[in-house]
Structures are given as structure tokens and as C-alpha cells.
Design a binder for this molecule. Sequence first.
Ligand code: AMP
Ligand code: MG
Length: 334
Amino acid sequence: MKRLFLSPLCCLLLLCLGCGTRGASRSLFHMDTFLKLDCYGTNAEAALDACQAEIVRLEALFSATLEGSDISRLNRASGEAVEVDADTAQLLRRAREMSILTGGAFHPAVGSLVDAWGFLTDAPAVPAEAKLQKLLPLPSAQAIQIDGTRITLDSAARLDLGGIAKGYCSERLCNIAREYGIESALFTLGGNVEAVGSRPDGSPWRVGVRDPEDAEGIVGVIELVDRAAVTSGGYQRYFEQDGTRYHHILDPETGYPANSGLRSVTVIAESGTDADALSTAFFVLGMDAAVALMRSAALDCDAVFILSDGSIRCTEDARFTANAGKDCRTISNS
Ligand code: AMP
Ligand code: MG
């Protein structure tokens, strides 16, 4: 069996060139992902120290694999109540809301399926059909009972917050930077990018949307000011078995990798947490259902869809410019 994991850093390529103002930058590896933190202003170093400490703290709370994390403790609690950190409770609250909003396409209790596929191990493989069917239907979002910081998880449910935790983290980093008086910062956590303000020269941040077919290439650029852009794509993490590719975004209804006609979707929203949960949900739902949800729920977000045939559709206010020659059309989401 061949296993291929592409560097998530390539998911969105940062195109910030020639930023002259005093700044600080750090490249790190956490949450199984390459991170790049860029901060501009007099407090940039101190802000990044605080950001780095926060990343380590949140990873230790949210990881599904680190023993002793809040999520691991909940997964092993056999239905008993567990006291968790305030950030874990807040993230679970948001995850539950997003699950309800998306009709379960974003599903925080997808952990049993992720385990069955072995996506968090060195040897992912297609599980037996009977094993998958035993896990379905997944316990609903109501399986997570939240009473302040006291959480009770149904004994059959297994949490995996891989589809939202990086978005929550980038949102926290932006808030920390703002507390340090930073007016210009960009945080890149794999396929998640979130901006404080604009570039130091006042122009928008420019974030490349990765070409799903070319690890080195981009299909176009999104302009970003005080917003997050989060990409979910089948190319980001996958393995091959008997000539078939299986990626890591699972359809909670079927138990199999989502197959909704998309190569990737990038969601642009004010909140990194929302953008992250929605990008995963939209990838599962496919473009038509995603756009229908944007309209019916009046979601305050935009999206760039790359369809299976390589063509691109972006919503009106996505501030996306495709590379010359790309088949890119604008669609209405309101
Ligand atoms: P993302 O790259 O943000 O779309 O998140 C993908 C990750 O979220 C996977 O690696 C799993 O850990 C988890 N995941 C997979 N499928 C789902 C789903 N339908 N809903 C929520 N999380 C998921
Ligand atoms: Mg996501």
C-alpha cells in the first residue's frame, strides 16, 4: 500500500512580498501541520511569543491523539462528565452549532470513522464494510452535552476536532495579536490563513489558492483584510490502496471519503472557526448544496470551489482573482 501525505503548508501559498515595516516571523510545526506566523509592529516579537505559547496550550487541549488532552479524556470517559478548559468548552459549543447548521455534514463526532480508517496512524487502510456500518449512523451533535465547562459525551461517540480546531486557533492568535496592539499580522496553519488588518503598507494580504493538481502551483489569489480563508481539499491528506485514492474528509452519512464533485473548497469568513467548520462541511455537501445553505441560512461567508473538472466557481464577494486562462465563473450566494 502506498501512502501519500502532502505538506499542508502548500495548501495556501502566502504571497506577501516586500513588507518593509518592522516585523517578526516564525515557522513552526504543531497540530501535525506547518505553521507560519507573521506579525508587524513594535510588539511583534512579544506578540509572537504569546501566540506560540497559545498554540502549544491549545494543541495539548484539542488533540485527539495526545494522551491527557481534554478531547482524549472525553473520548475515554465512557459517558461520565468531564471538567474541561474554558477554550475546549467554547470550541465544542461552536462545533455543535456548526454541526446543526450544516445538517451534520460537519460532524465533531466523526472520530470513530477517522479511527476506523486509521487516518491518525502511520498505516491508514480501507476498513471492512461491516465495521463501517456498525458505526453508522454517527451519534448526533446532541451526544455532546455542555454545562459550562462540564461536558458529557455519549459513550458511543468519539470526538475529532481536526475539521475546526486550527480555525479556532488562528482566531485566538488574531485576538492575541490585537491585544498586543498589532494591526497587521497573518497566521498560516496548513490550509488555514487568518489576517489581522491588511499588510503594513495598507494593501490587502494576498493568499494563493493551491492548485489541487500541482503541489507547487496556485489557481488564483484571494485578497484578505481582517478575515480568514480556509481550504479543505481531498489532496491535502490521503492514501492509495489498490489504485484508488482515499482522502481524509469523511461523509458522515456513508462513512466513506466525501465524493461531492469538488477537488477543494476555500471558505472566506470573519471567523476562522466558522470558516474552518464550513470548509469541511461544504466539501462534504458539494457546491450546489453549499450555495443553497449559504442562501437559506444567510451565511456571512464567501467561497471558491474547484470542481472535479478543474473549473472554478467563486461567490460574488470572495475577492478572488483566477490565474489567466482559468475557467472561473462567479455565482451568487445571496
Ligand atoms: P479540514 O481539513 O478542515 O476539512 O478537516 C479535515 C479533518 O477533519 C480530518 O482530517 C478529520 O480529522 C476531520 N473530519 C473528517 N471528516 C469530517 C467531517 N465530515 N466533519 C468534521 N470533521 C471531519
Ligand atoms: Mg475544516
